[in-house]
Design a protein around this ligand. Structure first.
Ligand code: SAH
Length: 244
């Protein structure tokens, strides 16, 4: 609550899914009182517009397939800025605690003796459920919620234990699953999930360009081929999808 933003400290801040209204008041306060903001490619322009012009804004975006800046370099940038006495915000899409490499950044700051704190954000799965007007959990029907990333190390196969991820009472939220969608679908079906299981893919959740595909598991690959997806997309799988 209202923590100080000391010079020489770092805040990892969740920017939410894109709609600036889905930013927390705390996140807004922190970006306004920072001296420098390092942000991801995922952070929307609407959110970046809230950063005052006197605050230095630096993009450290990593995009799948396009290698711009590696994690160790980002860790170093945060540490160096804090050591020179800046108030550092590391602004991340969604929630900093979900598939956002926060662990490395926290560890790097701590190793350098820098105070580091985290401000949560609304994660893509929550925002997608809201857009779809559905609940991720449903009494008796969806008792388990699994967040998984389908992103693997370059050219390596996905090494997830799919049978442990799926079950009739599970809602699965697949992050970074666009490229690997065909394989995800195939593996889920091999793991025993019926091809008729409801699926939603939501691209650019909460932004004006948002698009949704609502279909069944076995039909997702074909449905995805009918449109060009250029933004980030999350895939939700399970009986809760489409049940309102
Ligand atoms: N920390 C983020 C996740 C980062 S991983 C969070 O909590 O949401 C990046 C993945 O998140 C994307 O590949 C996509 O699967 C999902 N994602 C993030 N923002 C999204 C958006 N606006 N619409 C759809 N998916 C999104």
């Amino acid at each position: 609550m209202g923590e100080e933003f000391e010079s020489g400290s770092v805040w990892l801040v969740g920017a939410g899914p894109g709609d600036p209204e889905l930013l927390t008041r705390k996140a807004e306060r922190l970006v306004r009182s920072a001296t420098v903001v390092f942000h991801d490619a995922l952070v929307s322009t609407g959110v970046l517009d809230l950063v005052p012009s006197h605050v230095r804004l630096e993009s450290v975006g990593k995009r799948a397939g396009r290698h711009s800046i590696d994690q160790a370099s980002i860790d170093k940038l945060l540490v160096q800025a804090a050591l020179t006495g800046e108030k550092v915000v590391r602004l991340k899409g969604g929630d900093p605690a979900i598939f956002a490499r926060s662990g490395e950044e926290v560890a790097a700051c701590r190793a350098a003796g820098i105070i580091v704190r985290i401000c949560p954000g609304i994660t893509a799965a929550s925002a997608a459920a809201a857009s779809l007007e559905m609940s991720l959990t449903l009494r008796g029907l969806a008792r388990k919620l699994v967040f998984v990333t389908a992103h693997s190390q370059a050219a390596e196969p996905l090494t997830l234990d799919w049978s442990s991820l799926t079950g009739p009472d599970t809602t699965l939220a697949v992050y970074m699953g666009k490229t690997a969608a065909d394989e995800v679908v195939r593996r889920l079906i091999v793991a025993g999930l019926p091809g008729t299981t409801p699926v939603a893919l939501v691209e650019n959740v909460s932004l004006p360009e948002e698009r949704q595909i609502l279909t069944r598991l076995s039909r997702l690959p074909l449905a995805m081929r009918t449109i060009t997806l250029s933004g980030p997309a999350i895939i939700l799988v399970g009986e809760a999808v489409g049940q309102g």
